[in-house]
Design a protein around this ligand. Structure first.
Ligand code: USQ
Length: 385
């Protein structure tokens, strides 16, 4: 299939591009380097430096013999978007191209408005481009488990049957996001659902949990093909951060009571979930929603596992609860369904000690690059933050 990956330079976009290319698809990536630019502005350097997209495509071709085309430009610029869609005419569009950080979205007013403007316009332009240039194309959109929040009832996959005063109707599962970033993803889902109803688009919306790791089948032994790996408070996700903290001899930053529970997945499973979704398209006029994670952990569970894996490697790992800068439940019920992707054939990779030690091995090679200054700065969710 011809597959266009929006946000193809990102933590997950680039590994997805290589994976789909390795599986015989014709792949193009689009990015405007927003994520790199914001990280530089916030002095949140990555664990290691990476080449830009044209060079990454060249390295991939040298390694695999397969070609990936790159387009550099802004999804919020309609003329650019129209040009790319007219030229490439994708059969599937994988949409990662958003400001992806919850803490960034809560930093200050300008960061909040950038998140709203970028994320909603990028999604709207994707919808308009599909309608104009490839109306039968399947949009595979990265949403987040954070759209649901942490309700005190089971979380279903996207939809909920409601019986009210003797009548029944199926609705989008109620959403109550915990950051502005997560709220833009809720709004994306609403935009997509509206245009699915109006224009019979084919859409899969993937409610993904936090992802960990950097190694995939495509980049084994090829550090230049690794994805971005952030460990700072703004762009790093919790498990990747904890491994870096353990290596830097920085006490693991458990926020508050540490009972916050989420659904996690290995980066390899992200790639398989995307490929399975792309290769089994949603029907025209269908908004298909999958909950994309393979196992749930509390923050305390993750800290304990990282401590134990680190100690096996001879590191002295301390866990420290600190005042939670976020507004979130620290002890709560959490039971989300996640059978849709398993039914499509997903074979999960679980978080074993061996997997953790693989991440440790790469982080240890870059120990000198770790800057304690960006590990914790305390971006507050509260009004007075
Ligand atoms: N946490 C800590 N200590 C830390 C960092 C995080 O206790 O040093 C806690 C947070 O308070 C939260 C949990 O760990 O309860 C997860 O935080 P996170 O920073 O790993 O993830 P989050 O901000 O929710 O966002 C990440 C990705 C986002 C994706 C989301 C999936 O950045 O793009 O949408 O995970 S989910 O969390 O399921 O909404």
């Amino acid at each position: 299939m011809k597959i266009l990956i929006l946000g193809g330079d990102g933590y997950l976009g680039w590994p997805t591009a290589m994976n789909l290319s390795a599986h015989g698809h014709e792949v193009a990536v689009l990015d405007n380097y927003l994520r790199r630019k914001l990280a530089t502005e916030e002095e949140s350097g990555p664990l290691y430096d990476l080449p830009e997209l044209a060079e990454r495509c060249r390295l991939w071709q040298a390694h695999s013999g397969k070609e990936i085309t790159s387009y550099i430009g802004d999804l919020c610029d309609w003329d650019f978007v129209a040009g790319v869609f007219q030229t490439f005419t994708p059969e599937a569009v994988v949409h990662y191209a958003e400001q992806p950080s919850a803490p960034y979205s809560m930093l200050r007013r300008s960061a909040a408005t950038l998140t709203i403007n970028n994320n909603l316009l990028a999604t709207a332009n994707t919808i308009f481009a599909v309608r104009a240039f490839c109306p039968d194309a399947h949009i595979v959109k990265l949403g987040t488990m954070g759209e649901y929040g942490t309700p005190n009832i089971d979380i279903e996959e996207g939809w909920l049957d409601v019986e009210h005063k003797g009548r029944k109707h199926k609705f989008l599962y109620p959403r109550q996001a915990g950051s502005l970033y997560h709220t833009t993803k809720v709004m994306d889902t609403d935009l997509l659902w509206f245009y699915v109803r109006m224009w019979d688009l084919r859409v899969t919306d993937l409610m993904q949990g936090p992802v960990y790791g950097m190694m995939t089948d495509e980049n084994e032994g090829q550090p230049d093909l690794y994805p971005h790996f952030a460990y700072d408070e703004i762009f790093g996700t919790v498990l990747n951060r904890f491994v870096v903290q353990a290596v830097a001899n920085y006490p693991l930053t458990v926020y508050g009571k540490g009972g916050q529970t989420r659904g996690y997945l290995n980066i390899k499973d992200t790639l398989n979930c995307i490929r399975l979704s792309v290769e089994t398209p949603a029907d025209a006029g269908e908004l298909r929603i999958f909950n994309q994670f393979v196992e749930t952990f509390s923050v305390n569970d993750l800290a304990g596992r990282v401590k134990s894996a680190g100690e096996q490697l001879g590191l002295d790992v301390e866990i420290k609860s600190i005042d939670n800068p976020r507004k979130e439940m620290e002890e709560h019920y959490y039971n989300p369904a996640h059978t849709g992707l398993l039914d499509l054939g997903l074979e999960p990779h679980f978080l074993t000690e061996e997997v953790l030690q693989g991440i440790f091995a790469v982080v240890l090679q870059h120990k000198d690059r770790i800057s304690d200054d960006c590990i914790f700065r305390g971006v507050k969710w509260s009004r007075t933050g």
